[in-house]
Write a protein that binds this ligand. Structure first.
Ligand code: GDP
Length: 204
């Protein structure tokens, strides 16, 4: 079955667990620190401009956005974290919402975690990786903003990401640039393989 990424539609924004989607369509969850480029990665993946909102006020959007992709899977945009200027109340709200989402991980076929290729992952990134690990579902890491690295920095930085997040062999780390499009194909293949495990998946 080929999936047409052009058939992407916003479904809903869940501010509390009662709004979580629980139908049997697989979910691919995206997480990342505010400003890491999560919206840009999603837009690049879907080949859209301004589909997921780029540059939304960081830390102000504590809800989970669901996009349906050609009826084949939900792309689940988890709220960004780690923005310095959020109140304790907002941080708590983030934690509670995530806790409830991850309490029920059966629907998540793949977790995608976006980090900044330039930097050592933060303590918040490590916490996020632990959420994914504890969910017991496969997850991969997208090292975004690769275009900002010198060639010689790429390998050591990817290695530092692996070590800091305590990734295993099974966790892919995909060098990515939402700006240039680097890594899109690899990310797409990993997602399609997770939502259509039986066949070699293709993009229409
Ligand atoms: P979000 O808060 O994680 O959704 O981040 P955004 O998608 O809004 O991006 C934050 C900023 O990083 C914006 O100014 C983007 O243009 C920029 N950005 C995102 N991805 C890349 C990338 O791959 N390379 C570069 N150079 N800038 C990027």
């Amino acid at each position: 079955m080929a999936i047409n990424l052009q058939k992407a539609e916003f479904v809903l924004s869940a501010a509390s667990p009662k709004d979580f989607l629980r139908d049997p369509i697989p979910q691919v969850a995206f997480a990342g620190r505010s400003n890491v480029g999560k919206s840009s990665v999603i837009n690049r993946l879907l080949g859209r401009k301004n589909f997921a909102r780029v540059g939304a006020a960081p830390g102000k959007t504590i809800h989970i956005n669901y996009f349906r992709i050609d009826g084949a899977f939900y792309l689940v945009d988890l709220p960004g974290y780690g923005y310095a200027r959020v109140s304790k109340g907002e941080r708590d709200r983030w934690g509670k919402l995530m806790e409830r989402y991850f309490a029920d991980p059966e629907l998540m076929t793949l977790g995608v975690m976006i980090v900044d290729a330039r930097h050592k992952p933060t303590a918040d990134d490590c916490t996020m990786a632990q959420w994914y690990r504890d969910a017991g579902r496969p997850f991969l890491v997208v090292a975004n903003k690769l275009d900002k690295l010198k060639k010689s920095e790429i390998e050591p930085n990817l290695q530092r990401i692996r070590e800091t997040l305590e990734l295993g062999e099974e966790n892919l780390v995909i060098p990515f640039s939402a700006e240039k499009g680097t890594g899109r194909e690899e990310l797409l293949q990993a997602i399609l393989a997770s939502v259509e495990p039986a066949e070699a998946a293709t993009e229409e």
